[in-house]
Design a protein around this ligand. Structure first.
Ligand code: CA
Length: 226
């Protein structure tokens, strides 16, 4: 899952960016409204965390621009306690949730999980494919009672594929949702992480979970009864 943080307070932006990366998301940061729109138009975000009081282009204008053609990208507003009217306006304009500053990072993290889950109708936080389970609350992966130790990137790839289980996901789509803007040549990196991920899964089970369609992408294989 890929998140854009739009916040001009650099310290806060930095803390959020660091925290959300730790939670397994690919994260980009913007520090004003113009930069936010530039990044938004260039990339595919699952969620945008949007401060309202921003330099260059104000947060409500950014939201308006996003909602012109896009009802899918989740938007969470950050605002000061005093900005009630703006917050209400933001919700009217299609923001999905808001958080009042100052807030506890754990609350932000929990609300993000909820917002992303609504879209994918996950039940409730645990994804299951065959004997493989992925718990988004604890960011853990298990096969038959064995903990599978994954790197953040491996976890993020598996998470994205499992949310979309049964659907062939192109390399580009994985890249868009799992890597942030700092990534350079991705195809080798993706191959590398995928190889390592599959190897770790194979350690605990003979089941094949991820199918590679050469040149097209990857797919999590579902049970026939699904
Ligand atoms: Ca601000």
């Amino acid at each position: 899952m890929r998140i854009l943080i739009v916040e001009d307070e650099r310290d806060l932006n930095y803390i959020l960016n660091k925290g959300l990366r730790k939670s397994g998301y690919a994260v980009d940061s913007a520090y004003d409204g113009q930069e936010a729109l530039d990044l938004y138009h260039a990339n595919q975000y699952d969620l945008i965390i949007l401060d309202l009081n921003l330099p260059k282009i104000d947060g409500l204008e950014v939201l308006k621009e996003i909602r012109k053609n896009d009802l899918n990208t989740k938007v969470m507003i950050l605002s000061a306690q005093s900005a009630i009217e703006e917050r209400v306006k933001g919700l009217d304009m299609g923001a999905n949730d808001y958080l009042i500053k100052p807030f506890d990072f754990r609350e932000l993290d929990a609300r993000i999980r909820t917002l992303l889950r609504i879209d994918f109708k996950l039940n409730p936080n645990i994804l299951i494919v065959k004997d493989l389970t992925l718990d988004t609350n604890s960011a853990t992966v298990r096969i038959k009672n064995n903990d599978v130790e994954l790197t953040r990137k491996e976890y993020a790839i598996l998470h994205y594929l499992m949310i979309n289980k049964g659907r062939l996901i192109s390399n580009e789509e994985i890249f868009e949702h799992v890597w942030n803007n700092e990534a350079d040549e991705f195809s080798n990196a993706l191959k590398f992480h995928m190889h390592s991920l599959k190897k770790k899964l194979a350690k605990y089970s003979d089941e094949e979970y991820i199918e590679n369609k050469r040149g097209l992408g990857y797919k999590v294989i579902v049970d026939e009864k699904d």
